[in-house]
Design a protein around this ligand. Structure first.
Ligand SMILES: [Zn+2]
Length: 218
């Protein structure tokens, strides 16, 4: 099981319900104090906008897998808040795709791919550096924890990740997880660039002991 993902999968459904609640409550209050016709027009526009934004990223993971669905896109790094926590800055864009499929054993799957360049902080010299992300992972979907455990036993392959799927799965969460997992645990330059301070240490400044040598020889 991939830890921490099952929770992320059920979150979007709550978010949608919350959004509907908020829209509902707000509409009641606003109707009391403003011109009702104008407000309901405004709300229908807001709700339609929200619905379109949600539906572009929320999929029925099982159906998406069985029907070999495909979504592709590019998301600014700045829109991936959990990812930016680990970065030097939020510049750049993540290109991504989600490909649905069915594994040989008959279970639906999602293959997540992310690529792009992010800015990491070198843990050796603390300078930022560009890191090319390029990662692809197949997730096999179980209906619940019990089935996910069964699938793991059937597949018997440690390299395959099994998660609990959702019928209202926000692929943005999965793609951000994929990008986070693709980051190195300890980001480091292959070779750290020379810094003014290191240069100073390496340069041929006279050693403080040079004077002692002179004293001796006198
Ligand atoms: Zn470095």
């Amino acid at each position: 099981m991939r830890p921490g993902l099952a929770g992320g999968l059920s979150a979007p459904r709550n978010t949608v319900h919350k959004a509907v609640d908020i829209v509902g409550k707000t509409s009641q209050k606003l109707r009391e104090s403003f011109d009702a016709a104008r407000v309901s027009l405004l709300l229908s526009q807001v709700f339609r906008g929200k619905f379109l934004t949600m539906s572009a990223f929320v999929i029925d993971a099982f159906e998406f897998g069985r029907s070999n669905g495909l979504r592709e896109g590019a998301t600014p790094v700045a829109e991936m808040q959990r990812l930016t926590n680990d970065l030097a800055d939020n510049t750049g864009t993540i290109n991504w795709s989600v490909q649905g499929g069915v594994v040989r054993e008959g279970y639906p799957s999602l293959t997540l791919s992310v690529s792009g360049t992010v800015q990491l902080v070198c843990q050796r010299c603390l300078a930022p550096f560009a890191y090319p992300l390029d990662s692809s992972t197949m997730l096999v979907l179980g209906k619940d924890d019990e089935e996910a455990d069964q699938i793991e036993e059937v597949l018997d392959d440690e390299s395959i990740d099994v998660i609990v799927g959702s019928r209202t799965c926000d692929i943005r969460d999965l793609l951000e997880d994929e990008a986070l997992l693709a980051l190195p645990q300890v980001p480091k330059h292959d070779v750290c660039p020379a810094t003014p301070m290191l240069d100073a240490l390496k340069s041929d400044k006279p050693s403080p002991f040079a004077g002692l040598q002179n004293l001796k020889s006198e």
